[in-house]
Structures are given as C-alpha cells and as structure tokens.
Ligand binder design. Structure first.
Ligand code: ZN
Ligand code: ZN
Length: 576
C-alpha cells in the first residue's frame, strides 16, 4: 500500500513538468477527492447553510456569528485556496475546471465579504434563526423525534447568537434595520405555532417536551430582545443602503462572474433600452390602425407604446382557466422545439405540472421547484398558482400583466426550454459543486435567452403583437440592471426610479414600488438576468461568425448546456 502511494506521489511530481495523459487522470482523481473533502469541511464551518440546502447531519449546530467564527471562516478560505494552488488547472477536465473556478470564487468572495464588505455590521437582517428552525421542523427528511432532538440542541445557542449579533451591529442602514425587525418578528411564529404543533404531534416524553418548550421560550425572548435593541438603537446618521462604485464593482465580479464590468453592462443596458423603444414604436405604428381606427397615433412614442400595450393586455384568459391554459401550453412548446430542431428534450423526463402547494399560496403565477443537491430522487415541479379567492380587481390586474402573450413567454422562461430544460441538462453532468455554488447569471441568462430564441425561430407566428409584448418583458430585465446600478452607484432617487419603471418599462405602480424596495435591500442580483442574457447572445453570435454555414443552433444549445450551471465566461472559453 505504502509503495503504491509513493509511486503516485512520484507520478504527480513528474506531472508538473510534462503533461502526459496519465498525469491528467491522476490530477482529476486528486481533484475529485479534494472536492469531496472541501464540501465536507464547508458544512462543518457553515452548518446553517448546510441544512438550508438539505444536508442535515449538522442540524443541531447553530453557529454564533462572532469574531471567532469569522476568523475560522477566513482561516478555512485561506487554507483551501492554498490547496487549490496544488492543482494545475490545464490538466483538469472541463467539469473540474469549472468547479475549480467556482470554488476559488466562493473562497475569495467569503474573505472579501468579511474583510471589506462587512455587511455583518450594517445589515441587521442578516441575523435570523427562524428560517433554519422552520426547515428542520417542517421538512419531513427524518422522523419527527430525531428532528426535535436537533431542534433542542440548536435552541440552546439562540441567546448567544443574538448577543453576538447585537455586538456586531455598527451604524446599520435604516432599511435593513426595519427589515430585520419585520422578519424577526414574523419569524416568531415558527416557535409559537410550528414548534408547538410539532410537539403536540410528537410522541416524545412529556419531560422532553417541557425541556424543549422552556428552551423555545428563551429563544423567543432572545429574538424579542434583538428587535427591541434595534428599535432603540441610537443611530442618528444611519449608513446609506447605497454601497457605491467600488464595492459594487467588486460584488458584481464575485456574484456574476462575468467578462463585463458592472459599469460596462449598465452602459450596454442603456443602449439596449433605447433599441427596444425604437422597435416597440415601429410595431405600435404598424398595429395602430387595426386597434385604434379612428384615433391618431400619439407622436410621443412612449405614450403611444403604452396605449398599445394596455389595449393588447385586455386579451387574457379567465381567472378560472389560468391553470388549464398553462397546462395546455407545455406540450405545444415541446412540439414547436421538436419541429424546429432547437434542442433535444429528453422525453423520459417530462415536466410535472402541479397546483401550487398551500405553503406557496398567494405567490400566483408559476415557478419551478427543483430537488436540492442531497435529494436526488426528488421530483421537479412546475408550480402553477390558482387565482381562486382573489377579488375581481386584483385578479383582473394580474391577468392583464400575464395576458395571453406574456403567459406564453413566462412558460418559455420557467419551463421549456428555459429553467426546466437547463436543469435536465445540468443533471446529466452532475456536480455537487455546481448545484451548491452554481452561477445565477448563467441560470437566469439562459431562461431570458430562450425567450428571444423562441421568437426568433417563429414562435407565435411572428405576430407583431407577440413581439411587442416580448419587448416589454425584455425591458423588465434590462431595467433591472439599469435601476440597480443607478440606485447603488449613481444615487438615483426613488421618484426617478418609479418614473423610469412606469413610463419607460410600462410597469404598474405596485410592481415599480416593489422593485424599488428590493433594490434598496439587495445589490447586484438584479443584474444577473440581463448580464447572463447578453453574454449568451454575444457567445452565440461570435460562434456564428466563426462557423459560418457550419453553425448549428441545436448543437450550440446542447453544447452550451452540457457544462452545467457554470459562469458563461468560462463556458465561452471552453467552447471557443
Ligand atoms: Zn380583463
Ligand atoms: Zn428565472
């Protein structure tokens, strides 16, 4: 045994100097072993993160967010970065190469976050234990008695958790402070309702139940005390929620992992918005006589476009037919893709359309639920919300937004060939690293790209009304980038943001208000849709130019997706 190890070590030494095929095999085997080790250590350092994605071995642990923990996280990241240096990236296969980049980015990002971004000081909403407890109490991954035992251990750390949180808080933003009070207060129901119900159902001893109840009371007091602390905090000049140019560029680089800078993609979005407006006005003028025979088309292009969109939005399904309409469209999308030869869709993995489960209710529309990385046998569902019980005005406004045109684009984005299809391909080259650290801009970018690609290939019979509505939908992700950058970097004020979204992106007041709030609480994520989309279109056009008549769209899509949820810039490198 020992002899063999020495031989392997000697082979690795040679590997650095010459690239024999056999050394590549060894490097990849070593890297596979490294990855397994990395993930195991990751879950020891971050048990909260672990249970949130379905790894439940460390559920009884709740990390205390204090200095010692931050030191531990930095030491972990530094030693893992050292380990990465032992690998020669050129000898790794594509799967491992992209995994390498994702791990390296995650480690550097966590060091940056502690040493420079420091949201642990200014974002009090970062501290909230209720979600973690809800996951353990409500998810049926193990017998209830076992889960309650983990809850019991975990509860013991809650008071120390919030004491550490209080110590961390330094000149927080007003917005994140309000959010922290809201969310922590809302989270009390996990202890006051969910846990009480679980205890009633459980057959553990009365004595055990009493112990857990008493620990839960201490946890409730700790949460309440944190909320009181935040309400009474003397913070006359709260920090601005706007993070500014330098931090924004750095966060963009870590979160999006793009070849573009934040400013670069912002400038691209401004130009794209202008082009969309031009195309939309041309369609509006073309359609005008059909819908407004007696009226003149307004010379103000934005007013004219809005009028045409409002007119077309009246074409929508009845509230009672909303789910059926979505159900009916899925096989039509599959059929279209087959006929046009756009991408192979595995018939053995049909999408399960289901009525939205109760715990999601209220979030009407449609969404994809995919099983977590540790739930291999779980189904992927397309959850479709029901509008039953909605009052007439709310339902009408919702259905105008998701009118007969937009509803089809939504199905393309969420299901086929958008998120669902991407997921099926990603599962064919399974990588635990990518399902944990997968790139959001690639995932969203693909879904946004498929909307355009389907219409380009004739989906909707090139109906100008369909194109107009698609452009409106595309304006949403374009303007997400514009407002996020403008708010965080260029000090754009609320009134100007609402104005831009309602007048130039044709959104409803309520949607625009919601977007403003989201942009004050998060940074960069809103850029992921447009950045990923732009990079995929860039890549496709570059390959088209290179391959000329040889270019095959189906092959392009299948190759692109075969790399899994890796950043587009690395996929582009490997494809070119
Ligand atoms: Zn109506
Ligand atoms: Zn999406």
């Amino acid at each position: 045994m020992k002899k063999l190890l020495i031989v392997i070590a000697a082979m690795s030494l040679i590997a650095c100097k010459q690239t024999k095929p056999s050394t590549a095999i060894v490097q990849n085997q070593n890297f596979d072993a490294y990855k397994e080790n990395f993930i195991n250590s990751l879950w020891t350092i971050y048990p909260n993160w672990a249970s949130s994605i379905g790894f439940h071995k460390n559920d009884s642990l709740l990390t205390i967010p204090d200095d010692a923990q931050r030191k531990k996280e930095i030491a972990f990241a530094e030693s893992q970065l050292d380990s990465l240096k032992l690998f020669n990236i050129d000898s790794l296969n594509n799967q491992n190469k992209t995994d390498f980049y994702l791990i390296e980015n995650q480690l550097k990002s966590s060091i940056w976050s502690i040493n420079k971004f420091k949201s642990y000081q200014w974002n009090p909403a970062q501290y909230n234990v209720s979600e973690g407890f809800a996951e353990i109490i409500n998810n049926n991954y193990a017998p209830l008695a076992q889960r309650l035992a983990a809850v019991k251990e975990r509860l013991k750390s809650v008071p120390a958790y919030y004491e550490a949180a209080k110590k961390n808080i330094l000149n927080p933003t007003a917005e994140h402070t309000a959010l922290a009070i809201d969310q922590n207060t809302g989270g009390l129901s996990v202890f006051e309702v969910d846990l009480v119900q679980a205890l009633t159902k459980s057959s553990i001893s009365a004595q055990e139940k009493e112990k857990i109840t008493s620990l839960s009371k201490d946890a409730i007091s700790a949460i309440q005390s944190y909320c009181t602390f935040l309400k009474e905090l003397k913070n006359e000049q709260p920090k601005s929620f706007r993070i500014g140019k330098e931090l924004y560029e750095e966060k963009f680089a870590f979160d999006i992992q793009s070849n573009y800078t934040a400013q670069g993609i912002y400038e691209k979005a401004i130009i794209h918005k202008k082009e969309l407006h031009q195309k939309m006005y041309a369609i509006t003028k073309q359609l005008w006589p059909k819908y407004f025979a007696t009226e003149n088309c307004p010379s103000d292009s934005l007013i004219a476009i809005k009028k045409m969109i409002d007119r077309l939005s009246v074409e929508h399904v009845k509230p009672s037919e909303f789910q059926a309409a979505i159900d009916k469209q899925i096989p039509m999308l599959v059929e279209f893709i087959k006929n046009k030869n756009l991408i192979y869709i595995d018939p053995s993995k049909p999408l399960v359309v289901r009525k939205e489960p109760a715990y999601m209710a209220g979030v009407a529309g449609a969404s994809i639920s995919s099983p977590g990385p540790y739930d291999k046998n779980g189904n992927t569902y397309y959850n479709v919300g029901s509008l039953s019980g909605w009052d007439e005005a709310t339902a009408e406004s919702y259905l105008r937004e998701y009118n007969q045109y937009i509803l089809q684009i939504l199905n393309i984005h969420e299901a086929i060939p958008g998120h669902y299809t991407q997921l099926v391909y990603a599962n064919q080259s399974p990588s635990l690293i990518k399902s944990i650290l997968g790139n959001g801009a690639m995932i969203e970018g693909w879904a946004v790209y498929t909307e355009k690609m389907m219409l380009e290939n004739g989906y909707g019979n090139n109906d100008p009304a369909m194109w107009l509505m698609y452009y409106k939908w595309n304006l949403r992700s374009t303007c997400n980038t514009i407002i996020d950058y403008s708010i965080q970097v260029n000090n754009m004020q609320k009134e100007a943001v609402i104005d831009l979204l309602t007048k130039e992106a044709f959104q409803q007041q309520a949607e625009a208000e919601g977007k403003w709030k989201r942009a004050t609480l998060t940074q960069v994520q809103l850029c992921s849709y447009f950045t990923g989309f732009t990079e995929i279109v860039d890549l496709r056009e570059a390959i088209k130019i290179k391959e000329k008549e040889q270019f095959d769209l189906k092959k392009f899509h299948e190759t692109f997706l075969s790399f899994g949820s890796a950043p587009v810039k690395y996929i582009a490198e490997l494809m070119q």
